[in-house]
Design a protein around this ligand. Structure first.
Ligand code: PGA
Length: 240
């Protein structure tokens, strides 16, 4: 595992893009994340595309997760997030992008078909944020390391943390999500995990410094992955 500390989110994001670019080519498959964490990385991707240095025409992507119970048109749905923060600004073919279909009438079927799609894909680089409780994707503490795609009840701390995107009102935050499982995340060839802010510090400590690998802190499984880059700002650095 490579652990890299930067003064700011911006600096870490610039470096994360350099790492990403060193690991992919224009035919690669990306695993993408949402939330506040990857926004500056996506800005770097867009800027480099606009400068004519990289094309996404043949790139495929698979997103980690999506809320259950809000429509794709909801400004905080992860479908919308991806369009707004990345897909609408690059030349990716939307048919090559995949976000869990969590507003499907038959969720069980949607879970099955996302699993099949993932099983038939090979993600070259998975981008990850991390929850203050150590979740990756929406794999909350206690999730089996063997889990594949599933529907999850979000933990109270996650609902609270994400209420900042819903006018600070926890009642507006979806209570469930559909997520890739830990097993799916671990199949990626390379993982780039970003963490910013002091709320992430203890999770980063467990990931980088701690010895224990436990389902109670889902990110700790990444210790078993052969190629992980962890980039943090100084607020998230556990040595602070
Ligand atoms: P954030 O969420 O990027 O909005 O902080 C990260 C996560 O919960 O995985």
């Amino acid at each position: 595992m490579k652990y890299l500390i930067f003064d700011t989110k911006k600096e870490a994001s610039v470096e994360s893009y350099k790492i990403l670019k060193s690991l992919i080519d224009e035919n690669s498959t990306l695993g993408l994340a949402t939330g506040s964490t990857p926004t500056d990385l996506y800005a770097e991707m867009i800027a480099d595309y606009k400068a004519g240095n990289f094309s996404y025409k043949n790139i495929k992507s698979y997103n980690l997760d999506e809320y259950v119970g809000i429509s794709y048109e909801h400004p905080e749905s992860y479908h919308k997030f991806m369009d707004t923060n990345l897909f609408d600004h690059i030349d990716i073919n939307k048919e090559n992008t995949h976000v869990p279909d969590a507003s499907a009438a038959d969720l069980e079927l949607a879970v099955k078909s996302y699993q099949e799609e993932l099983n038939n894909a090979q993600i070259d680089v998975q981008i990850l944020g991390i929850g203050g409780n150590g979740h990756i994707g929406f794999n909350e503490p206690g999730t089996s390391f063997d889990a594949g795609v599933h529907v999850v009840d979000l933990k109270e701390e996650t609902i609270k943390a994400n209420s900042r995107f819903f006018d600070g009102d926890i009642n507006l935050v979806p209570k469930q999500a559909m997520t890739m499982g830990i097993k799916d995340i671990m199949r990626a060839k390379h993982i780039i995990l970003l963490a910013f802010g002091k709320e992430k510090r203890e999770a980063i400590r467990s990931l980088v410094e701690g010895e224990e690998i436990t389902e109670n802190i889902p990110c700790t499984i990444l210790k078993n992955h052969p190629s992980v880059y962890v980039l943090v700002d100084k607020e998230a650095d556990f040595k602070l």
